[in-house]
Design a protein around this ligand. Structure first.
Ligand code: ADP
Ligand code: MG
Length: 389
């Protein structure tokens, strides 16, 4: 009873040949970078790609690169800034992918940068640098890389083209005015996918990865309605990654039950396994102890009938969880920083208690409204295990 005939098509790193509804963005990339990539050196091409998670920014970059890579000698250096977040790890990654030996320490930032440019000139290399999910970088590190491309080498060649990827304008607005000016008008936007667009995307994925007859329009439409945006302005929805994930899980459930066809009930079950309000990407971006602290909130909430827990409850739970994972707990003040960050990212809600809520004095109450706690617990635990491996 094979429902899934090609697993690879559903893996997060798979980039399909065609990206429906991103033709315009690929064309914009070609307009900005095509000429330089074919004949590099005469200027500094640069762009910011902006859109919520799952709107195809990474896939579009990779697709664009694979269509043009045979026409250019430029090297593509793709940096995942979830993993590489500071200046020296990014420089290290660039050096590694270019195969250039780099001193690990003892140099200032500026010395590192001029060494990089010098290497590029000596070996006559050009790079197309993509800083993906660059909102993880400090404004300082980001602006260093943005300004880097502005310098031509001693022969007057511009060695670097730059694509910076982010979720929202705030990444750019946080830069100092002169750096902001450099990126200025070079912005490509990735609006949330609408229901119809998601339908097209998952239809193609189903055609590639599922047995013919395993899926119906009805089931695909159901997933598209759950995940697609009502309008391109509704950025609480429109995540193609989520839609593909639900499709894959539905297919898997059907297959495990020994059936040949995905039913609406399979979709409902699959939907309970995934997160809607918070993206897994954002959770992945939290530091290890922030994840442990979030897990503490989830477990504390699960252990009570009340919709709220106090900071004290969570702190006790956090200490137990640290023991469980063999980690040294962070100090009290650091935990408050985590809490306010989790609130800013929309993962938890907090408020001060009122009189008569069964808690003495004034204290902060913490709750999670957006996700089923079991799903959130499973996802966060999985991410923690991955990180501790
Ligand atoms: P982002 O980088 O914006 O978070 P991704 O490029 O990683 O999003 O896309 C998320 C998932 O959705 C990937 O599996 C990608 O292949 C798929 N995807 C996104 N946009 C499209 C599209 N237009 N057509 C087909 N698949 C898409
Ligand atoms: Mg991405």
């Amino acid at each position: 009873h094979m429902v899934i005939i090609d697993e690879a098509v559903f893996s997060p790193s798979y980039v399909p040949e065609r990206l429906p509804h991103r033709e315009e963005q690929i064309q914009q990339l070609d307009a900005l970078f095509g000429g330089w990539l074919r004949n590099p050196g005469r200027h500094y091409p640069r762009v910011v790609l902006l859109g919520r998670p799952g709107t195809g920014k990474t896939a579009t970059l990779r697709r664009f690169w694979s269509t043009i890579k045979n026409e250019t000698n430029v090297k593509f250096v793709h940096i995942n800034c979830f993993i590489y977040r500071n200046f020296s790890t990014i420089i290290g990654e660039i050096a590694k992918s270019l195969n250039i030996p780099f001193p690990r320490r003892g140099l200032s930032k500026d010395e590192f940068l001029s060494l990089l440019i010098e290497h590029l000139r000596e070996r006559d290399l050009y790079i197309f640098l993509a800083l993906d999910d660059a909102f993880n970088l400090s404004a300082d590190v980001l602006s260093t890389f943005i300004r880097l491309g502005q310098e031509s080498d001693r022969l007057g060649a511009f060695r670097i083209a730059l694509a910076v990827v982010g979720h929202s304008d705030s990444m750019i607005n946080n830069l100092d005015p002169s750096t902001r000016g450099i990126m200025g008008k070079f912005v490509i936007r990735f609006p949330p996918y609408t229901r119809d667009q998601i339908f097209d995307i998952i239809l193609e994925r189903a055609q590639m990865g599922l047995a013919p007859g395993a899926y119906s329009d009805e089931v695909l439409q159901m997933i598209a309605d759950l995940t697609g945006a009502q309008s391109p302005l509704d950025s609480s929805k429109g995540d193609a990654r989520l839609a593909i994930d639900i499709l894959y899980r539905s297919a898997y459930i059907a297959q495990q039950s020994g059936r040949r066809q995905i039913t609406p009930e399979d979709v409902r079950r699959a939907t309970k396994e995934v997160l809607f309000g918070v993206s897994e990407e954002v959770l992945r971006g939290l530091s290890l102890h922030e994840k442990l602290f979030l897990l503490a909130i989830v477990r504390a909430l699960k252990s009570t009938n009340s919709p709220y827990v106090t900071f004290g409850d969570v702190e006790d739970m956090y200490k137990m969880i640290c023991e469980e994972f063999d980690e040294k707990p962070r100090v009290h003040t650091q935990l408050w920083t985590y809490l306010s960050d989790l609130r800013d990212k929309g993962i938890v809600e907090t408020r001060l208690n009122k009189r008569g809520e069964g808690v003495r004095g004034r204290t902060t109450l913490i709750s999670i409204g957006s996700e089923p706690l079991d799903t959130l617990e499973a996802v966060v635990t999985k991410l923690i295990r991955e990180e501790l491996q």
